[in-house]
Design a protein around this ligand. Sequence first.
Ligand code: PFF
Length: 453
Amino acid sequence: MKRENKTSRESFSSSFGILVALAGSAVGLGNLWRFPYLVGENGGAAFILIYLAFVLLLGIPLLLSEFIIGRRSQASARQAFKILAPDGHWGFTGLLAVICCTLILSFYSVVGGWGIEYFVKAVKFDFTNASDETLSSMFSTFSSSTWAPLICHTVFLVVTAGIVVSGVKKGIESFSKIMMPVLFVIMTGIAIRSLTLPGGGAGVEYMFKPDWSEVTGKTFLAALGQAFFSLSLGSGMVITYGSYVKKHERILSLSVQTALADTAFALIAGCAIMPAVFAFGISPSEGPGLVFTTLPFIFGKLPMGGIIAILFFFALLLAALTSSISVMEVIIASAMEEFKLKRKTAVTAVFIGIWILGCLCSLSLGPMSGWKIMGKSVFDLFDYLSANVLMLIGGLLVVIFVSWKLGKKALHEELTNGGTLKIPDWVIDTIFFLIRFVAPTAILIIMIFQYVS
Ligand code: PFF
C-alpha cells in the first residue's frame, strides 16, 4: 500500500546531499576506531576480504531494502512498517529500531566525548614523547573517572542535538556537506604520511596479503558484525533518511555509492593506522585501545606528529558527529510522528533521556564498575545488545519484510522509480535473490553461531 506524499515532509535537497548524509552516518567511529582494531585482532587481509564480501553480498541488499521501506512509506522507522503493512504486527520492528538507536547513541556519545578530550589533549601536545605506559594509564584514568568523561559526553550530545534541532536540510545535510569532504582530505593526508614512513610497507602487506590460516568462525562473526555497524544497518537509519528522499532519486546507485564510500573510508583509516603501527614495531592486535593509546604513542614520536594528532582527533570527532546525528534523527523522527511533537520538543525530550543513559554508560566504566547486568557493565551491555543483537534482528526482519511481505513487484517499482529507469531484469533478479534467500540465511547462521558460542 502506498501513501500520498505529504507535502510538509522534510527532504534532502539534492542527490549529493543524500549521499553525504548517508555516508556521514556510515563513516564514523566504526571506521576510525573499530575497523582498524578488528583488522589487527583478526589477522589482517583475510578479515578485510571477508568483510568486503559481506558488504557486497549483504550490505548493499540491506541498504536497498531499508531505502525501499523508507522512501515508499515516507515515514519514520517507527511508523513505516505500520503504514506499509497495517494488517500485521510489523510495527514492532520499527520500535526495535528506535530502542536500538537509543542504546547506540547512549554509548556512542560517551566515546564521542573521549574524542573531545583527546582532541584537547592533542591541541595541548600532551602526547609528545610520552611513554606507552603513561598513555595507557592516561586513557584508563580518564575513562574510569567520574566528572571529566561526563562533561565531555554532555558537550558531545549538546552539539549533536544542536545540529539535529535545525532539521534535515539546514542541520543534517548542511553539516555533512561541509564536514565529509574535510574528513576525506584529512584522513587521506594522514594515510599518505603513514604509508611513506620507513618500515610502513609491512603494514600495507598485512592489510592486503591474506593469510587464510588465521581465519576461524570468529573471523566471520566479527566481519559481519562490523559490516552491520559500519553501514548503520538494521537500526532504522536508512529507513529514516530514505523517507526524506524524493521519488525520482536512484536508490540503487545511492546504496552502492554509500557502501563504496564507507568501505573506502575504512580502508583509508586502515592505511593511516597500520603502516604507522608496523613502522614502530607495535603489535597490531592491541584491541579497542588502539586509537586512544597506541596511536597517541606513535603521534608522540613522529616528526610533525603533534599536528597529525590534532588533525586525526578532529577527523574522529567529525566522523562521530555525522553518525551520532543520524542515530538521533531515527529517534527524533519517530517521536515526532508517534506523539505529534514539534522537532524542538522531541529533541529536548530525547536529549534528556539519552543524557541520563549515557551518564550510566560512562559511570559504569568507573565508579559504578561493580554494578553488572548479565555479567557486563552498562556500557558493554548497550554496545553488545545493539551491535550484536538488535541490529542483526532488525536487518533480518527488514529483508524478510521487503522480500516476502512487499514482494518482487515493489522491489521492481522502487528500483526503476515506477518503470521510468531501465535496469536489466537479471540485476533485479539477483538483488531479489540476495534479499530473499542469501541475506536471511547468512544472518541466521551467524546469529545462531554467536549465541551458541
Ligand atoms: N555507522 C556508524 C559508525 O561506523 O560509526 C555507527 C552507526 C551510525 C550505527 C548510525 C547505527 C546508526 F544508525
